[in-house]
Design a protein around this ligand. Structure first.
Ligand code: COI
Length: 354
């Protein structure tokens, strides 16, 4: 049990749960734990949510030694509060830690921290259909030092945010711009980690895509610029002539937990799922031949997000008549059914907090 310092000034909760959006509200408490070289991780605690004091020379502000995760707590109709595969998030956090020279955390302890924080702020978990409590664990370097080296002092923090759909479109298909100018990551880089720099690298392309009416960009590989990678906030799947394909994890894309869960679900339904390099030209060719049946993104924040249009240069590919496809719909229903406790959990993915 971590010590809890309860806030003396609880905040007003958002009144209308249909307008939560994503990342607009934060709860009353947060979890903090320090790392000091020689001492290790220590002093885990739950404290009132408040701004953090940082030295202006804090290394995270200059060189981006930072990693994060994203998971959710769901309030089921049965009154139970569940997390979805939190052990996978903490394992991935340690994968990111390793790449960024951040000392590993104790994964079980980090899951416990999340559970205790969620319980401390359980009144903040929204109940309306499609809403949840987004959980953001993150670690960053705090040494006041502007030389470039791995930090000796870090902070692990967890904050909570009641959320609705990530995309305003909800389950309506999003329009995606295939990025052919900028790249996000290359093999050997940090593309497989959840670190702020990967998202900073995506902003310019995202802004330009927004300017043209697209929700997000679909990244191509950084070397040949021919192979599909990911959408930055989601992994991607395509259904081509009855086969489900998704880019293989080769170091430059994120190993999504929703991605892995989709693959397991699809295979359990007897569908063929292939993880392999996918040429953009293969998809546009299949679209021209009428064999590109559907496409969707997967992610914790986005859940399942059907793709209604792919814009590749001058060519615009409309998928499934701009409607959600049957596989995307089935995956969404099954995943959210398991997460909210409406359907059985044959894989044992959910963890009850209460
Ligand atoms: C998530 O799906 O949890 C993510 O981390 C995507 C995000 C950057 C909002």
């Amino acid at each position: 049990m971590f010590p809890v310092e309860r806030t003396a000034n609880p905040k007003q909760k958002p009144a209308d749960q249909s307008k939560l959006g994503f990342g607009l509200y934060y709860t009353d408490h947060m979890f903090l734990m320090n790392y000091d070289r020689g001492r290790g991780w220590h002093s885990g605690r739950i404290v009132p949510y408040a701004p953090l004091a940082l030295d202006p020379a804090a290394m995270c502000l200059h060189y981006g030694q930072e990693v994060f995760e994203g998971l959710k707590a769901y309030r089921g109709a049965d009154g139970k509060i569940r997390l979805f595969r939190p052990d996978k998030n903490m394992a991935r956090l340690n994968l990111s830690n390793d790449r960024l020279c951040i000392p590993p955390i104790d994964e079980a302890l980090a899951v416990e921290a999340v559970k205790e924080l969620v319980l401390a702020d359980e009144d903040w978990i929204p109940a309306q259909d499609g809403t949840s409590l987004y959980i953001r664990p993150f670690i960053f370097a705090v040494d006041a030092h502007i030389g470039v080296r791995p930090a000796d002092h870090l902070l692990f923090c967890v904050i909570l945010s009641p959320v609705g759909a990530y995309y305003p479109e909800g389950l309506n298909p999003v329009k995606i711009y295939v990025e052919q100018n900028y790249v996000r990551a290359v093999k050997g880089g940090m593309g497989y980690t959840k670190t702020g720099g990967n998202y900073a690298a995506s902003l310019k392309a995202q802004e330009e895509a927004h300017g043209q009416g697209y929700s997000q960009v679909l990244w191509l590989d950084g070397v040949e610029r021919k192979y599909i990678e990911e959408v930055g906030t989601m992994n991607v799947f395509f259904v081509v002539g009855g086969e489900v394909v998704t880019p293989a994890l080769q170091g430059s894309i994120l190993g999504g937990i929703t991605r892995a869960s989709c693959i397991e679900l699809l295979r359990s339904w007897g569908l063929t799922v292939t993880e392999r390099p996918i040429l953009l030209s293969e998809l546009t060719g299949a679209a021209r031949e009428g064999r590109l049946d559907e496409a969707f993104g997967s992610g914790t924040a986005a859940v399942i997000s059907p793709i209604g249009e792919l814009r590749c240069g001058d060519e615009s590919v409309v998928l499934n008549g701009g409607e959600i496809g049957p596989i995307s719909q089935r995956l969404y229903d099954e995943l959210t059914g398991i997460q909210w406790g409406r359907r059985p959990d044959p894989f044992g993915w959910t963890v009850e907090v209460k």
